[in-house]
Design a protein around this ligand. Structure first.
Ligand code: FES
Ligand code: FE2
Length: 388
């Protein structure tokens, strides 16, 4: 949602955008071709760190949930030692899905529904009926396929690439921005899952600009007018490429939060500077997470492509433990406003999806207000053009 073409790093010094707006927006194939989506899944979603939810969703041993990354199903489970493990949700016998539920509590093992191969909470194969005499079959080699998993800020992150940079190596400069904010203890206050008829990149492009805010979001634009704020992170940074972009928007008048009234009784989150108490900070973490830190709550969106023209979006809201424990805690003032804004966004994104699928579409031109959108598009097209 950040606004302008200007760019201001955290030290406050104004600098020029890292690239120009003279190119055209992407041609249609990027938005409807299944081959493009396959490549994007392979290069982006399967090779980068993905935030998939909160650690406290599975607080105790045996608690688990499954999540989708493209056609893949990933099983997240807390083992007997309290560690979170991530595995491909498929049996090593003949490939059947092992965990069929979206989530559960207190499991002791996972039993494949087909021939009952059994896996422990840490993914080891502990039961495989009628295999004792099978030669060269070592159960130790047939545990669930592991997926890399790390945690930060109370969030679980996974990476489907077996080797590669750690979460900190890949996203350290992003994570570092929030050192002062105790994100670990934040409590989920609510959320919603949206099914949206648009390519995942259209969702990211839309989040990257507020050029549309006056016509599309009158209530947002009243609280944070679209010409306020600045961008302070690009995928193309002067020193090289980064995996996040974004900036901030400023409240008009004496508004204090993104709620129906523009005000909140909730205190600002611990660690919030006076400057940030007047701002909403919006970031895109490549490829699919929006991280929107408000003075009094954190909002995230996670965008999961399900086809070239469709995605599922998980939107969640997190509040300080103190605010969440208050007897009159009611997050609906923020959640309802954002539901309205989200639906306004998904509508125009779906309309854009229809148009870019047209045989007439050859790419358009950026406005001065779309530096982050152009930055993202350039990043994606460069990544897709690499021979890998
Ligand atoms: S496919 Fe899982 S036990 Fe046969
Ligand atoms: Fe919007």
């Amino acid at each position: 949602m950040p606004a302008t073409a200007g760019a201001r790093p955290p030290d406050g010094a104004v600098r020029e955008p890292t690239f120009h707006l003279t190119g055209t927006t992407p041609a249609g194939r990027l938005y409807w071709d299944p081959d493009v989506l396959r490549t994007e899944l392979e290069r982006f979603y399967y090779r980068h760190w993905l935030c998939i939810g909160r650690e406290d969703r599975i607080p105790a041993p045996g608690d688990f949930f499954t999540t989708r990354v493209g056609p893949e199903s990933i099983l997240l489970v807390r083992d007997g030692k309290g560690r979170i493990g991530a595995f491909y949700n498929l049996c090593r016998h003949r490939g059947t899905r092992v965990a069929l539920e979206e989530g559960g509590r207190g499991a002791h093992s996972f039993v494949c529904p087909y021939h009952s191969w059994t896996y422990s909470l840490d993914g080891r194969l502990t039961g495989a009926p009628h295999t004792k005499t099978i030669e060269k079959f070592d159960r130790a080699e047939f545990g669930l396929w592991p997926v890399r998993v790390e945690t930060w800020g109370g969030f679980i992150w996974i990476n489907l690439e077996p080797k590669g940079p750690s979460l900190k190596e890949e996203l350290g400069t992003f994570l570092h921005r929030f050192d002062a904010t105790p994100l670990d203890g934040l409590k989920l206050g609510g959320g919603k899952i949206y099914e949206v008829e648009a390519n995942w990149k259209i969702i990211v492009e839309n989040f990257s600009e507020c050029y549309h805010c006056a016509p599309v979001h009158p209530s947002l634009n009243r609280l944070t007018p679209y010409m306020t704020g600045d961008n302070d992170a690009y995928f193309h940074e002067p020193g090289g490429r980064s995996l996040y972009s974004g900036g901030y928007m400023e409240f008009a008048k004496d508004y204090t939060s993104m709620t129906r009234t523009g005000y909140t009784k909730r205190p600002v989150l611990p660690g919030t500077t006076p400057e940030d108490s007047k701002r909403v900070r919006y970031y895109t973490v490549f490829p699919n997470m929006f991280f929107s830190l408000h003075p009094d709550f954190l909002m995230t969106h996670r965008v999961w492509p399900t086809s070239p023209s469709h995605c599922r979006i998980e939107n969640e809201f997190y509040f300080s433990p103190e605010a969440a424990a208050a007897p009159d805690f009611d997050p609906s003032d923020a959640i309802e406003l954002w539901d309205e804004i989200n639906l306004q966004d998904w509508r125009v994104c779906a309309l854009a999806q229809e148009g870019v699928a047209s045989r007439a579409w050859k790419g358009g031109r950026y406005s001065e207000q779309e530096a982050l959108t152009a930055d993202f598009d350039a990043f994606v097209t460069e990544e897709l053009a690499h021979k890998k």
